[in-house]
Design a protein around this ligand. Sequence first.
Ligand code: HEM
Length: 489
Amino acid sequence: MGPLNSVCSAHSIAGTFPSGDAADLASPEKRKPQRPRPAAPHPPERPQQLLSLLWTLNKNPLEAWPRHHYEESIVVGETFLGRFAMVNAPDAIRQVLVDDCESYRKDDLQNLLLKPALGNGLLTTSGSEWRIQRRAFAPAFSPRNVASYAPAMWQEARALSDRWMSLDGSIIDVCEQMARTMLDTLSKTLFSRGIGRDPDEFRSAATRYFETQGRIDPLDLIGAPAWIPRVGRLLSRPALKFFPKVVEAILSERRGAARFSKSGADADFVDILFNTRDDESGDHLSDTEIAANIITFIGAGFETPANALSWTFYLLSIDEEWREKVEREVDQLLAEGISFSAVPEEFVVTRALIEEAMRLYPPVAILSRSATRDHDLRGHTIREGTTVIISPWVLHRHRLLWDAPDRFDPAKFMPENRGRIPRYTYIPFGAGPRVCIGGAYAMQQMTATIAMIVRSFRLDLASGHKVMPVHRVTLRPEGGMKMRLTRRR
Ligand code: HEM
């Protein structure tokens, strides 16, 4: 773990990237009115001592990264847990995730948090099992298939907007509302015959899982034996009992259907799971692999875009200028009578807004790997077993890589500026062979949802609601996102 260098000797090398906050002080940019600075914990000046660090990691790991992690390209250290490397240099990130990815595997802590629910699904599996699954599932996310989901995405976004019409002036939890819409969309696209159970039940179970099992347990960090009970794991049991019921409901619905599994153009994701075969052995996926992937794709498919959207609406609420820009774009494009069979590329302001929201609040805040052999990483010796951490949260706010990194300014993602962002400095969907399989699906769905909502509503933070990001497997707003809904038309 990167922030654990309270008890280690850490050293680093500075990068060669242009201006950060310091250079920014002198730039003409600074003389312009300051852009808003959205909610974020202040990094500690110095690494914490062991006990307070264990406490922080359990409470909110975002608060554990010390300031120098945001200022140095690579921080390597030794902790009571072993060696770690926190990597923020784009060329080193490329080496880990792309060029030399065979030298890394997903690390144990990540598996500890995710495997109880996700088993050996695409996100958590590795080696040949991962390769077979990835190759088989890729067609469901081809550009043509993602485009074919657009009508369902618009339809669900419109259904949400229709539900909100009677809620004018009410306080709503945007996280809950977005989660519901993302699950409804999954029920019309990848899981075309529903997700087996009530989406609200699924959302509550998933939230419970993230809040319990998703907390880093100090006992795991100090390597305590597995037989010592972990509070989080005990509390996550009801959720863990619920997920197999979802799988069973989906499978029994298919068993009752005239044709158990379709192939070709009509096949949805569950059909693909049934039809997947290993090219060499001809074996189908096992029942446990099918179950694991049903939960993986529902879980990954709703939680991350729902969080990204909640952050996006929060950011719009704190910046009148960008709110008006997005409203203008949406009003104009929707008035032109767009085709709801596609999400037009012309939503450039909306997309820039979403990208900036995922820079400031990357739904997946940490990608961690374990080195499988000794090697060199940009002048650092990485030994087998070293935990290599790439944190989109830290990377996207890094002082060497971004101007005014903590400020909200979607302009950097507008077409005229986008090309200036160097590769591997912005990786909300990861990179390399294990890049998010659902990235294009998510971008399309988020764009349609924002367009439909912005067309008819404004959302403002409920008075007294304090916003703070917390890292629990995904990056979520602590206590939800309570906002007041006002109709625009
Ligand atoms: C805003 C939305 C999303 C974000 C920010 C996001 C982010 C990510 C990231 C960073 C990874 C790579 C993790 C790593 O390298 O350790 C990943 C992997 C994955 N994502 Fe997403 N994701 C999003 C939406 C989705 C959706 C909609 C789905 C499915 C419908 C999905 C399914 C997956 C799966 C199955 C993997 C594992 C891929 C593999 O290892 O081959 N994600 N996601």
